[in-house]
Design a protein around this ligand. Structure first.
Ligand code: GUN
Length: 295
């Protein structure tokens, strides 16, 4: 069997086109242009590329973006002051702090400082909690993008065995909650998991986000499985690759995401969706029922 390739670039373009139309409608109705504020500390080249791609996506669909490119030596207190200022700035709808942050900064403390209704990354404990209680509001972008991809390709997780490899706050944990919400039977594997190959072999839907090139061997994969590779790893020769042995896995899987061009563009498309959603929440900020009755 040769797997169908799940084309994240194509699906993300489709979403961005829809968003462009919605943003044009807002303009017609004299509603504010949404604005995303992005903060990057330090000069990590990969983070700089991600931030640039987010800015380009904003520009391409009609969302304003403002960037704070700060030195790696920025203190936690300075970063918290900036977040406080952005929280109270009515012209800003979404706040994104690019991760990872330098080691001297407590990321959780920083992420908790963002107002939950401006938390377009969906990393605030409030937004993660909303997902836990089956009432998601702003949903973490990568898992949200993966659910959009599954839906686009007609993969319904209900009743399926889903295995998530990696238990990070950004990907693995919220991904497991999304799949659970979609009625899959979910297993989360992590560094202490025994018999990983056996767990992976049970997966109808496999999502991998560990950041280790070719970590998942092709022969572990259940024939016909849907394989979603979140990894973006740079090999010594400069090439990008995922966490799954793609060439081997595509001979066994039913569907598979490539790297690049799979999950990556979907993360950005979901961020744009969240930013529009945050702007709509702010439009309705006078209406206290908005928290009880999310969009
Ligand atoms: N670093 C890697 N992925 C992400 C993401 O989705 N959001 C942010 N803010 N930082 C990241």
């Amino acid at each position: 069997m040769t797997a169908q390739i799940i084309d994240g670039k194509k699906v993300s373009q489709h979403i961005l086109t829809q968003l462009t139309q919605e943003l044009q409608k807002r303009q017609t109705h004299k509603l504010r242009q949404p604005c995303l504020a992005v903060v990057l500390l330090g000069d990590d080249p990969a983070s700089a590329v991600y931030v640039r791609n987010k800015q380009r996506a904003c520009e391409s669909i009609g969302i304003k973006s403002c960037q704070h490119l700060l030195p790696a030596s920025t203190t936690e207190a300075e970063l918290l002051r900036l977040i406080d200022a952005m929280n109270t700035d009515d012209t800003i709808d979404g706040i994104l702090i690019q991760l990872p942050l330098p080691a001297h900064i407590d990321s959780e403390h920083v992420l908790e400082r963002i107002l939950p209704d401006k938390d377009v990354d969906g990393f605030h404990p409030y937004n993660l909690g909303r997902l836990v209680v089956k009432k998601p509001l702003l949903r973490p972008c990568t898992p949200k993008g993966i659910m959009t991809l599954l839906s686009y390709y007609g993969v319904n997780p209900e009743g399926k065995k889903a295995v998530v490899v990696g238990a990070s706050n950004i990907v693995g944990r919220p991904q497991a909650l999304e799949l659970l919400l979609a009625k899959a039977t979910v297993t989360i594997c992590h560094s202490a998991t025994r018999h990983l190959a056996e767990e992976v072999a049970g997966a109808d839907i496999l999502v991998v986000g560990v950041g280790i090139p070719h970590f998942i061997q092709a022969e572990w994969i259940k024939p016909g499985a849907v394989v979603i590779d979140v990894g973006i790893n740079r090999l010594p020769d400069g090439q990008l690759c995922g966490d799954v042995d793609f060439e081997g896995a595509r001979q066994r899987a039913g569907m598979i995401t490539p790297v690049p061009g799979g999950v990556g563009p979907m993360t950005i498309a979901s961020l744009m969706e969240n930013t529009l959603k945050a702007a709509v929440l702010h439009d309705k900020a006078d209406d206290l029922s908005v928290v009880a009755n999310p969009l």
